[in-house]
Design a protein around this ligand. Structure first.
Ligand SMILES: *Cc1c(COP(=O)(O)O)cnc(C)c1O
Length: 366
């Protein structure tokens, strides 16, 4: 018998770093008809989203937001093609697959890149920026390298960029809402966000917050149409986007940002922190270790004991307990799995996950 893929996909607890579980309020908005958008009402909504977002990330005065209907990677690529050229190199802090993505994008567009590869041991004593070459036009970093659950010291990379007068481009896709992001104190010029991580909305909407100095640096002759930041900034003045946006996600974004404004971003950060601490204290008792020396609240990368295969845990958590955690790839496939603390989640959800883990470990080791 062929199973219905819709049925097979639904009703699972998501501990994946995107997508994440959404709140009932956000889900309710998703069932409405998609409204028409070339009107004053939608413009008002978009402008309020921009104002709220700028305030939540402590953006410098006169910063602007580009709303792209696309996944997070498109926002990374769009930022690079709008702000850099083949003439001057950029540096990328590359500690995993999302750092590598920045490198890949630069290489595709023939932008010279100083690829600063760092592994967990290099990071034990913090980010070292002494070896960066001179004459850079920007530094690209993922605030949280989601492939290994490492949170970088972006206040430090920001201070470095500030001293060298180069653009500080921060991918905070898996950082915003669960961990601190402050464009002023962390000297962020370009902040890359997307809808389906900490914001806990469906995938499809990406946001790039540009400081005034980033806006000044946008390339005049961009060969792209869909990605042309000028086009978005121009339309954004009247609360519109150049092309049909993910309208329904905008409605959800409006609700989510208003809620964050009301409760305060601190509240969300603290909640993620309690979930993360709760989970970490539970797995310690199972002899599992945490992988990174600097963990975000957003996620935990779990190192399993040597006699256990991490990829087996991932598949059994899903098949036996309807809990979806994220596997690792490459050389870490059998060593690590990742558990997100983003989205609409409670301590009770973590209890279910931990009970599943306990059962599977006992079963494997018996
Ligand atoms: C999820 C994520 C992205 C974006 O990935 P998409 O699959 O394009 O949405 C980018 N950077 C980081 C750090 C992420 O965690």
């Amino acid at each position: 018998m062929v199973t219905n893929p819709m049925q097979a996909l639904s009703n699972k607890r998501l501990f994946t770093p995107g997508p994440v579980m959404m709140s009932p309020d956000i889900l309710k908005i998703g069932v409405q008809q998609t409204p028409y958008f070339r009107n004053k009402e939608f413009s008002d909504l978009l402008l309020m989203c921009e104002t709220n977002l700028l305030s939540l990330v402590s953006a410098p005065k006169n910063s602007r937001v580009v709303f792209l209907t696309a996944s997070g990677t498109a926002a990374m690529e769009a930022s690079i093609v709008n702000l850099f050229t083949c003439d001057t190199p950029v540096a990328v802090i590359n500690g995993g697959s999302f750092g590598q993505r920045f490198v890949d994008i630069c290489q595709r567009h023939r932008i010279p890149v100083d690829n600063i590869q760092v592994d967990r041991d290099d990071l034990r004593d913090g980010l070292v920026l002494d070896s960066l070459s001179t004459g850079l036009s920007g530094l690209l970093i993922n605030a949280h390298e989601t492939s290994i659950g490492h949170l970088y010291d972006i206040a430090k990379s920001g201070a470095y960029c500030q001293s060298k007068k180069i653009l500080h481009v921060v991918d905070a896709i898996s950082t915003f809402v669960t961990d601190e992001i402050n464009m002023l104190s962390q000297y962020i010029d370009v902040l890359i966000l997307s809808s389906h991580k900490g914001l806990a909305l469906p995938p499809g909407l990406a946001m790039i917050v540009l400081s005034p100095s980033a806006i000044e640096r946008i390339n005049r002759h961009n060969e792209f149409l869909y990605f042309d930041f000028f086009y978005y900034l121009e339309n954004g003045v009247r609360g519109q986007t150049p092309f049909t946006p993910a309208i329904s996600i905008f409605l959800q974004l409006y609700a989510r940002l208003s809620e964050l404004e009301r409760s305060g971003i601190e509240h969300s950060i603290n909640k993620a922190n309690s979930l993360a601490n709760y989970f970490r204290s539970k797995i310690e008792r199972l002899n599992f270790e945490t992988y990174s020396t600097s963990m975000p609240n957003a996620m935990t990368a779990v190192r399993v004991p040597n006699n256990i295969d991490a990829s087996l845990i991932v598949s059994r958590l899903e098949s036996d307990f309807d809990c979806v955690v994220a596997p690792n790839g490459g050389s870490l496939k059998n060593l690590l799995f990742r558990v997100s603390h983003m989205g609409h989640m409670s301590l009770g959800d973590i209890d279910v996950l931990v009970q599943g883990l306990e059962y599977i470990v006992k079963d494997i080791c018996k």
